[in-house]
Each structure stands twice: as structure tokens, then as C-alpha cells.
Design a protein around this ligand. Structure first.
Ligand code: BTN
Length: 247
């Protein structure tokens, strides 16, 4: 059970997530919030959270697993009314989560480009951003109070519980994420890029970079002024705005 009044008592935003819908079960919060947006039951800046997501979507057509009542599984809508948002949102989503986890638990997580949340190189959370009808649908899945994971993912996945050995209040953590997200939205892109790079787990290291059908081993050297990935291949620098990094 997610207790909305407790969430609202920690929320300090002016606009984002002031209205949040909680539903016990749904297939995918990204899909459901979009349907609710289409039939006018949810508007820009509103959020939707569930305890039990049955068909979670990950990036690049992957499936996202979340545990009933243990994780944070939510989506929210941002109107695309500013050219910088497309560059800022992918970066600030990850930073907002990492700063919220730090505030609540003192754990220092890291980012894998563009916005995977890692701890000790294991995945703690992920972000799926979809653009529909002039709006961004930002979907976040974060492993919070899970004590164990399915065999198939346990070697590369972790939760906050698995790091600190006790449960934490999901309502406060979610409010801190939104508080940070809104504050970061108002920062300059250059400041956001610096912050992102300081949290990156693989800066100046060799990574496997998957872009469509191709895989290259190359050095990730940071972000350019637009927030795109700078990859050094031999003596040449290439810029990518999509792809998957394997560590
Ligand atoms: C990834 O790392 O591949 C992104 C995972 C995003 C999962 C979240 S959970 C809430 C929202 N609803 C979905 O169906 N997916 C996102």
C-alpha cells in the first residue's frame, strides 16, 4: 500500500506531482498514464504510481520487473514547452533519483549513460522516457525494499534493502525524487551536465557501446554541451544520442 498523504507531506514542488494517482495494479504506468491523459483524467505535471505493475516496459523493448509493494514504480507527464527539455529530462531523471537516495540513506549510487541507476555496478533502477503528443512520459522503476530477486536477474540487480539491510519509506523517497527533479529542471544545462558527469560510473573508461545492430569497444569521455555521449574510437570522437552501454 502506498500512502499518498505521507507522500504529499514530504513533497515540496510547486507543480510536479502535486496531483498523484495511486492504483494497486496496472500493466504499465507509462501506458496507463498515457490513456488517462488521453481521456483527460490526468494532466501535464500529474503522476501515477502503482504497487503491482504486471507488464512493465524497459528501454529498447526490454521487460521491466518490479516487486509488488516493494519497489517504486511510477510515471509522470511533462509538457514539452521548451527546447531544452529533451536534453535536460534524460539527465535530470537519473540525478534526481541518486540525490534522493543519498538524502534518505547516505548511499552513493552512480549513473550509467543515459540514466541507469547503479550501485557497485549492479542495477538499482531505470528510466523510460517516451514522447507522445507534445508531452514527455517519464517512467521510473526503482528497486527499494526487495530482499531478493529472481534467479535470472539476481547477479546484476540490487535494491536499497539489499545494501542497507532494512526497509525505507517509499513515500518520502518518491517525494524527494520529485523535489529534486523540479529543482534540477530550473538549472542551466551546463550545470546539469557537470553534475551528471560527476555521478557517471564509466567516465574515461572503456565500455561496450551498442548502437542499433553495431557494437564497438570504445572510451566514454563524457557529455557534449547538448548532453549527448562523447565516445572516443581510436583517435576520433563520435557523438551519440542513443544506444546502450555495457560495462
Ligand atoms: C530501463 O532501465 O530499461 C527502464 C525501465 C523503466 C521502468 C519503469 S517502471 C514504471 C514505468 N512503467 C513502465 O512500463 N516502465 C517504466
Amino acid at each position: 500500500m502506498f500512502f499518498v498523504p505521507l507522500f504529499l507531506s514530504n513533497l515540496k514542488t510547486k507543480k510536479i506531482a502535486r496531483k498523484i494517482e495511486y492504483i494497486r495494479t496496472t500493466d504499465s504506468t507509462n501506458e496507463t498514464i498515457y490513456k488517462m491523459f488521453q481521456n483527460n483524467t490526468i494532466k501535464a505535471n500529474n503522476a501515477l504510481i502503482t504497487d503491482n505493475q504486471t507488464a512493465g516496459k524497459g528501454r529498447r523493448g526490454n521487460t521491466w520487473f518490479s516487486s509488488n509493494g516493494k519497489s517504486l514504480t511510477f510515471s509522470f507527464i511533462i509538457k514539452d514547452d521548451n527546447d531544452l527539455l529533451i536534453k535536460k529530462i534524460p539527465l535530470i531523471s537519473g540525478i534526481a533519483i541518486i540525490e534522493a537516495i543519498k538524502k534518505m540513506t547516505n548511499i552513493e549510487c552512480q549513473l550509467k549513460w543515459p540514466n541507469d541507476i547503479l550501485y557497485n555496478s549492479k542495477k538499482l533502477g531505470g528510466v523510460l522516457i517516451e514522447k507522445k503528443e507534445g508531452h514527455f512520459i517519464v517512467g521510473i522503476g526503482l528497486n527499494v525494499n526487495e530482499a531478493s530477486f529472481e534467479r535470472s536477474i539476481e547477479s546484476k540487480t540490487c535494491s536499497i534493502f539489499s545494501i542497507i539491510n532494512h526497509s525505507i519509506q517509499r513515500e518520502a523517497l518518491l517525494a524527494y525524487i520529485f523535489n529534486n527533479f523540479e529543482a534540477l529542471l530550473n538549472q542551466e544545462l551546463i550545470e546539469i551536465i557537470k553534475k551528471w558527469e560527476s555521478l557517471c560510473n564509466h567516465i574515461n573508461t572503456f565500455v561496450k557501446f551498442h548502437n542499433f545492430q553495431n557494437m564497438i569497444e570504445a572510451k566514454f569521455i563524457g557529455l557534449n554541451e547538448k548532453g549527448e555521449a562523447r565516445i572516443e574510437i581510436g583517435n576520433n570522437e563520435k557523438i551519440f544520442n542513443s544506444g546502450i552501454i555495457e560495462l
